[in-house]
Design a protein around this ligand. Structure first.
Ligand code: DGL
Length: 286
């Protein structure tokens, strides 16, 4: 692990952008929600597109990759990093918070997306029956199940692995007709397991990119809940409650993008997904 030169050099900190990390394009949907809530801050987005998807990888690998990404964002001046990825939040967040930060980066913070989502879901479902659509990694971690059992013990959760959705997005096939088959398949499977479901929770930050198709195949009256705005409002609340961290975040309204894949490929798809002109730099993580 890298030593935190900034933290070791004294008590004075140079403020920096807020880091947003995802395995690939999915975190852009969280970045959108965060920028809607907090447009005045600077952001540094990092997509590990060269190694996506993470959703089928083991705990150890997701932890290693996520730690590398977080350390990269720290070395580029971020004091606060959002894991805009459910798989990384499910498999790496706790270890980073409990093992890495206290010893190496005691003044820096890493936050995930699962807890704020579960907090919100209680206000949305009327029937108390929820469907979770997520990567195999997130489903098998049972992170949502555990958080829901803690915060909303009366709610019923049906979890569905959607292993084909992230590859469709990462390969630029999200809008194509081939995506329809797999979108319908996983929604039908979830609704068949519990017809009382009234809210489908998109527990992967990539999935809002498929939103038009997901909404088209969700039964009428069933709400589809994406995480971007939830995480944006939750981060705004966090910064209000933590003025010492807020003071370390620069305000200029500028977003910089980094990817581990070819930058031209990233720019084309990221621009399509965000509607912005994205000009990323390619970096290598280790
Ligand atoms: N966007 C990620 C998530 O929220 C990721 C997926 C992946 O790389 O499989 O889970």
């Amino acid at each position: 692990m890298k030593a935190d030169k900034c933290e070791k050099s004294g008590n004075k900190y140079t403020p920096g952008p807020i880091g947003i990390f995802d395995s690939g394009y999915g975190g852009l949907t969280i970045l959108d929600g965060i920028r809607r809530a907090l447009p005045e801050y600077d952001y540094l987005y990092l997509g590990d597109n060269a190694r996506a998807p993470y959703g089928t990888r083991s705990f150890d690998i997701v932890f290693d990759f996520t730690r590398q990404a977080v350390e990269e964002l720290f070395s580029r001046g971020c004091h606060l990093v959002i894991l805009a990825c459910n798989t990384a939040s499910a498999k790496a967040l706790r270890s980073i918070q409990q093992q890495v930060l206290p010893t190496l980066y005691p003044e820096r913070r890493v936050l995930g997306v699962i807890r704020p989502t579960v907090e919100k879901v209680g206000e949305i479902s009327r029937s108390g029956h929820l469907g979770l659509l997520a990567t195999p990694g997130t489903v098998r971690s049972h992170s949502y199940m555990l958080e829901i059992a803690k915060l909303h013990p009366d709610m019923q959760l049906t979890e569905t692995e959607c292993p084909m959705w992230v590859p469709l997005i990462e390969t630029g096939e999200a809008m194509g007709p081939g995506a329809d088959y797999f979108v319908k398949k996983y929604i039908d499977r979830t609704m068949a397991a519990d017809p009382q479901i009234d809210t489908l929770l998109l527990g992967c930050t990539h999935y809002p990119i498929l939103l038009p198709k997901i909404k088209a195949y969700a039964p009428e009256g069933v709400k589809v809940l994406a995480q971007g705005d939830i995480v944006g409002r939750s981060l705004a609340d966090y910064l209000r409650r933590h003025p010492e961290m807020e003071a370390k975040c620069t305000k200029g309204g500028v977003t910089s993008y980094f990817t581990t894949e070819n930058a031209d490929i990233f720019n084309r798809l990221a621009s399509l997904f965000t509607g912005d002109d994205v000009a990323a730099s390619r970096i290598t993580l280790s």
